[in-house]
Design a protein. Structure first.
Ligand SMILES: N[C@@H](CCC(=O)N[C@@H](CS)C(=O)NCC(=O)O)C(=O)O
Length: 258
């Protein structure tokens, strides 16, 4: 049985979970709390970086969301989402290699500063000084929005020029990875995509793919964190809702350490 170690709040975890839910694949979801993250946390006993997502497939352990999704697609023949054709695959890889340092900035610049206001005390002294600095800024919404606008312009120009999905006619694991960074801003009311009609159409098309609802219960439950600052209670309730939704989809769930 495949085990996915993850958390509803984690964008790369949701990407892996959505892929599996989309494919109706049987797996076990192990929910990891933030105090179990990192190289000295409980998850590090299974995977040394202690980061989510991580998977355990028999005695094979793997981390890094794009590597996990590529592995799962290759193993199970999901060629629709990770094409075998050399050039079609190269386009998917092209996006995924840029994802970490480009699209992932959406989380760093706008989402995380609004989520982590709920647990600043926990982050204090744990090395997240840049994040703490961003979360404390009174202009974090406007500043974050200005930063993500640049990323969105580039995504439209580089990947959605003439194709409905990222460089392709049909969705791939690149779209799944990208969606998790962008779509979270709409539920959180941190960004209005109306000024980006091409991205808006893409977001709408992605939201119609199977498994979408079960994979995004965290975001729905967390809701608006722009006008109503996040609290630890909301954060925990949203993560609990993610586990419940995955369980309702017929997937076995547990918490790390239980
Ligand atoms: N490059 C990794 C990023 C994974 C990542 O940032 N995971 C976060 C949660 S979203 C995490 O585990 N943070 C805890 C830590 O780094 O100690 C991927 O794509 O999977």
């Amino acid at each position: 049985m495949l085990t996915v170690y993850g958390q509803g709040a984690s964008q790369p975890s949701r990407a892996v979970l959505w892929l599996l839910l989309m494919k109706g694949f049987e797996f076990e979801f192990c929910d990891v709390r933030i105090d179990q993250f990192g190289p000295s946390g409980a998850l590090a006993r299974i995977q040394p970086t202690g980061q989510v997502p991580s998977i355990e497939d028999g005695d094979f352990v793997l981390c890094e969301m794009p590597a996990i999704m590529a592995y799962l697609c290759d193993k199970h023949g999901w060629d629709d989402l990770y094409p075998r054709d050399l050039q079609a695959r190269a386009y998917v890889d092209q996006y995924l290699h840029a994802h970490h340092e480009r699209t992932r900035r959406v989380m760093v610049e706008l989402m995380a500063p609004h989520v982590t206001v709920a647990f600043m005390d926990f982050l204090e002294g744990r090395g997240g000084d840049d994040l703490l600095e961003r979360a404390r800024r009174p202009d974090k919404l406007e500043r974050g929005q200005a930063r993500v606008r640049q990323i969105f312009r580039l995504i439209e120009a580089a990947y959605l020029r003439g194709t409905p999905f990222l460089c392709t006619e049909q969705p791939s694991i690149a779209d799944i990875a990208c969606y998790e960074e962008l779509a979270q801003l709409t539920w959180a009311r941190l960004f209005d995509f109306d000024e980006f009609p091409v991205l808006s159409r893409w977001l709408e098309a992605m939201s119609r793919l199977p498994g979408h609802e079960a994979a995004h219960a965290y975001n729905v439950t967390l809701g608006d964190i722009a006008s109503q600052p996040n609290t630890i209670e909301r954060f925990l309730a949203a993560n609990a809702a993610a586990v419940e939704a995955i369980s309702r989809a017929g997937i076995k769930t547990r918490h790390l350490g239980d």
